[in-house]
Design a protein around this ligand. Structure first.
Ligand code: FCB
Length: 451
């Protein structure tokens, strides 16, 4: 096995995007509809009522965007592939124009001396598969593995670092339990069932990619630290442990131990149903990842129910005892508390738990788009890069820090109201203007001597 991951001698840098958030061109070159096209068309689902049909028009402007990546000096570009561009019906017929697009994109990344890392699923499930019950249907996992093989067959000679899923927790629990993301279903325990099929999809796809010669197949998780406000309150500690099970252990248990732990099964009895979790499923998932991607934005402080704010994603932890969430200052524009020590702890813990090389695959901050002089974002990035370096010094094998995100873009249920970009995008003419954070980061990368 030859790994193409950053070697870790020093911290590598990258920048991330996702297909539905930037590409636009949703009806072009044979792309089929995705669940996000359907979801955004429903009134009341997205804060500003907008969608990804134009987004940053990156489908046409990717050369300009990659010039920015190169200008930043980032060594890595993390992007996602839109499943419905490649297989408009989710399985079966391959749309070669979709593959051609990613082929050109990858060549354009490499031509700038940047390494591509591709995520196969950043939430844009083909609508045709949702019509067959989406991630609640086991066949979707098989379809995902076929899709992964098709993409790898075309790009695997040049893309060496692969991620199967981005934040499957959001796809499962925000999509099928809380209903705040596509497909917008609020069916409680369906979140757990979707989670199992997402894990199975990862396992099946990883096996196919490994068979095809891939050495660096990872999964990107939004693991989160949960901090009980009163660590001496046994009721609160127990409730927090349940939340931790549904957010973190539901993925790490199968990946590391090949099992769902007993505490998780108590709140998620679905995950013990033999019809859902079939013989061999968890064995397939165990050890299937060569690297772990960690996306981090904020820690979560829990309190007794009613003591603090009800979390907007409260329904996303089906089966758990209720807690409320304390959000301290300072907060970013999306209301998330800023605390870089959460990232340091998470990196140390997740490396210890998995033994895998870890990449920070997303980290960044939403601040209002009123000025290009985004000093708040600079402070956020500076503190979180420092936390990443501290985790490395403490022995965590963290190879890269990847910023979310290059461009102000379609921020899911928040529409275009929350901006995370280090580059401003003018909605009137799509012109791109690097913010102060872009220049700061470019200088930081160049001072560290690596991309
Ligand atoms: C993560 C998503 C990413 C982006 C950031 C802000 O949950 O992976 O697409 O929306 O949050």
């Amino acid at each position: 096995m030859t790994s193409s991951l950053p070697d870790g001698a020093s911290l590598a840098f990258g920048v991330a995007t996702a297909a539905y958030q930037i590409e636009g061109a949703t009806a072009e070159d044979g792309r089929g509809p995705s669940i996000w096209d359907t979801f955004t068309a429903r009134p009341g689902t997205v804060r500003d009522g907008r969608d990804g049909s134009v987004a940053c028009d990156s489908y046409h402007r990717y050369d300009e965007d990659l010039d920015l990546v190169a200008g930043l000096g980032a060594g890595w570009y993390r992007f996602s592939i839109a499943w419905p561009r490649v297989l408009p019906e989710g399985n079966g017929r391959v749309e070669s124009r979709g593959l051609d697009f990613y082929d050109r994109l990858v060549d354009a990344v490499l031509a700038r001396g940047v390494s591509p890392t591709a995520t196969l699923y950043h939430w844009d499930l083909p609508q045709a598969l949702e019509d067959l019950n989406g991630w609640l249907n086991r066949d979707t996992a098989e379809a995902f593995a076929d899709y992964a093989a098709v993409v790898h067959d075309r790009l695997g000679d040049r893309v060496r670092v692969w991620a199967t899923h981005n934040e499957p927790w959001c796809a499962a629990y925000l999509g099928y339990a809380a209903g705040v993301h596509a497909p917008g279903r609020r069916e409680g325990g369906a979140g757990h069932r979707a989670a199992h099929h997402l894990l199975l999809a990862h396992g099946l796809a990883a096996a196919r990619l490994h068979d095809a010669g891939a050495d660096d197949v990872g999964i990107v998780l939004n693991l989160a630290p949960f901090w009980p406000e009163d660590p001496d309150d046994p009721t609160l500690v127990a409730a927090t442990d349940q939340i931790d099970a549904v957010r973190n252990r539901v993925w790490l248990g199968p990946l590391v131990d090949g099992r769902y732990d007993d505490g998780l099964l108590e709140v998620a009895p679905e995950l013990a149903e033999p019809d859902l979790v079939r013989d061999g499923d968890l064995a397939l998932v165990q050890g299937s990842a060569d690297w772990l991607g960690v996306n981090y934005y904020t820690p979560f402080r829990t309190a007794r129910p009613g003591a603090a704010e009800t979390h907007p994603e409260a329904d996303a932890y089906p089966g758990t005892s209720p807690v409320s969430f304390v959000v301290r200052e300072p907060r970013t524009d999306i209301g998330w508390e800023v605390d870089a020590s959460g990232l340091e702890q998470l990196l140390i813990d997740s490396h210890r738990r998995t033994g895998l090389p870890v990449l920070v695959t997303e980290n960044g901050a939403a601040y209002p788009d009123v000025t290009l002089d985004d000093q708040d974002r600079i402070a956020y990035l500076r503190d979180h890069i420092a936390a990443t370096r501290r985790a490395r010094e403490a022995g965590a094998d963290v190879r890269a820090y990847v910023v979310w995100t290059l461009l102000d873009n379609f921020e899911w249920a928040e529409g275009y109201t929350k901006t995370f970009g280090i580059v401003h995008v003018d909605p009137r003419d799509q012109s791109r203007t690097p913010k102060a954070s872009f220049h700061w980061l470019a200088e930081h990368i160049s001072d560290s001597g690596v991309g």
